[in-house]
Design a protein. Structure first.
Length: 303
């Protein structure tokens, strides 16, 4: 089986203040991506596709690409702000269009089933093992998996994006992209397209953009991508084209079956610059526990 991992790494890091996906998190200059790919290789992935902005290609190739070139097959795909189906004034659009466009950019690189992750999130090895188990055990059309975490384990400062969902057994019946705040003992989700709030408990499941797909997902993504640009220009310019929203549409119409695969790994990520020290400490703790070697890629240590 061609086990491919797609890493969405085209974000501009507006809240972080720079390219957080290329920010070192240990003394050897490794990024969170390094640890993700290390775990993915251990779980059985053979190929990685980085979805990036073209202007960052040389930097990616000289850093993460150089470290990984002898360990896993690497391909690059480019997410571009002007690669859209409608002519609009792009001067008013500052950020990338979102995760749907990111995956569509990778379509030419995808040969079969695959998993997709964020570049700036650490998911833990068990998450990749769960993804591989699903890829090897399920061949049904339009049937995918979400690798989930308890929302209480994804706490952070400020307003954070999370996709909350409902379950019927191990099948997801709805998925709602939301802005989430963690304050005192409360976890409050505000659906991005709805005027309501949802109070959550620590053990409620949440999606962190780790999905397992078959190639037929591109049919759904392309349809949703085209539909997004049928809106008024103001809505187009101010919104994002996101995987959870697209998947929820498919679930509601009965087209998509989305399984929930819970990961017992730790999750952490970088949204704001203040998160960097936390991430560094967590990486060092994982090394101290023996989960990773002190030097992740031995031939590049100390360089």
């Amino acid at each position: 089986m061609d086990l491919t991992l797609v890493v969405m790494a085209a974000g501009i890091g507006s809240r972080f203040g720079g390219l957080k996906q290329l920010t070192p998190v240990d003394d050897d200059g490794n990024f969170i991506i390094d640890y993700s790919i290390y775990d993915a290789i251990k779980a059985g992935f053979k190929r990685v596709v980085f979805v990036i902005q073209k202007e960052n290609f040389d930097l990616f190739k000289k850093t993460i690409g150089e470290r990984l070139k002898s360990k896993i097959d690497i391909e690059y795909a480019f997410q571009a702000k002007d690669d859209i189906p409608k002519k609009i004034d792009l001067a008013k659009r500052k950020k990338p269009w979102g995760t749907v466009q990111a995956l569509l950019a990778a379509k030419p690189n995808i040969k079969g089933a695959f998993a997709v992750i964020n570049a700036d999130d650490y998911y833990g090895r068990n998450a990749y093992i769960k993804a591989v188990e699903f890829l090897k055990s399920n061949n049904d059309a339009y049937t995918y998996a979400n690798i989930s975490y308890n929302i209480g384990s994804t706490k952070g400062e400020g307003v954070l994006k999370r996709a909350i969902f409902s379950l019927d057994g191990n099948k997801i019946t709805s998925m709602i992209e939301s802005s989430v705040t963690f304050s005192d003992n409360n976890i409050i989700a505000q659906p991005i397209n709805e005027d309501r709030s949802i109070i959550l408990s620590e053990n409620d499941p949440v999606s962190m953009n780790f999905f397992v797909f078959k190639k037929d997902v591109f049919e759904l993504l392309e349809k949703y991508w085209e539909e997004y640009f049928l809106q008024d220009e103001e809505e187009i310019l101010n919104g994002e084209v996101l995987l959870p929203i697209c998947l929820n549409k498919g679930i509601k119409t009965g087209k998509v079956t989305l399984f929930n695969c819970f990961s017992n790994s730790n999750w952490f990520g970088m949204t704001y610059a203040s998160d960097l020290e936390m991430v560094k400490k967590k990486i060092q703790t994982l090394k101290a526990k023996g989960i990773y070697k002190q030097c992740l890629w031995e031939e590049y240590c100390g360089k």
